[in-house]
Write a protein that binds this ligand. Sequence first.
Ligand SMILES: Nc1nc2c(c(=O)[nH]1)N[C@H]1C(S)=C(S)[C@@H](COP(=O)(O)O)O[C@H]1N2
Ligand SMILES: [Mo]
Length: 249
Amino acid sequence: MNNELDQKELEQKDFECLERRGFLRSVLAVGALSTLQSCNFTPSDASSRITRGLVRFNDEMQAWLFKSSRLAREYPDSMITNPFPFNAFYDRSKIPVIDPMTYQLEVLGRIRNRKSWTLAELSSLPQISQTTRHIAAEGWSAIGKWKGIRLSDFLLRIGADTKAKYVGFKCSDDYYTSIDMASALHPQTILALSFSDKPLPTEHGFPLRLKIPTKLGYKNPKHITAVYVTDVFPGGYWEDRGYNWFAGV
Ligand SMILES: Nc1nc2c(c(=O)[nH]1)N[C@H]1C(S)=C(S)[C@@H](COP(=O)(O)O)O[C@H]1N2
Ligand SMILES: [Mo]
């Protein structure tokens, strides 16, 4: 038997499979988008129920295609974007001011250890660094260096039920979002405490934000005040306004 040939055939199959997945992903995304545009969301409307069904189906397909072993690209520090853009659903004058001395991170839902975390306690946990690209739905992208606690480590530490479906985030500015558990456990998903080797600047989410380079910008909540684990679909600020919930990049 020719092992080398077998290996080549296998690789070819892998490649074709990947190609098909990419195609499927685009078809689903386009399908969901066009239905989103062609109807108004009246709850009683049958077409909106179908659209919501399709959108959920799209999320489930994306979740199914998601590979926790696939890493987002990391860049050399020489490629860091400076200045790094600011974005929020408000302008710079409304950036929340948080007192680091009284700040507490609440942990809620399907977890064992409900104790809140001070900034000093969070800062004492082991941290990892990443230089990754932030891809914003508004059409810009930027490379930044972020350091923080692996969300998977933190979830283990608080005794989270990692069989639960969602991890949700509440922010001090009324922003909120949520991610699927597989993405929460991805090795590059971090609760970032620092940006460019300094504490997070206020505009980039002081004192704590999520950096999840496998998802679009709006899945990276800033100024996080609570993390919760749940089986009840939590949605998100932009997601509840029609943006795709899974939002993988
Ligand atoms: N708390 C909070 N987090 C947020 C937002 C927001 O308005 N409030 N906007 C999101 C969007 S749409 C983007 S693109 C990024 C922008 O992050 P940056 O300001 O660090 O570039 O933050 C995300 N997280
Ligand atoms: Mo965004």
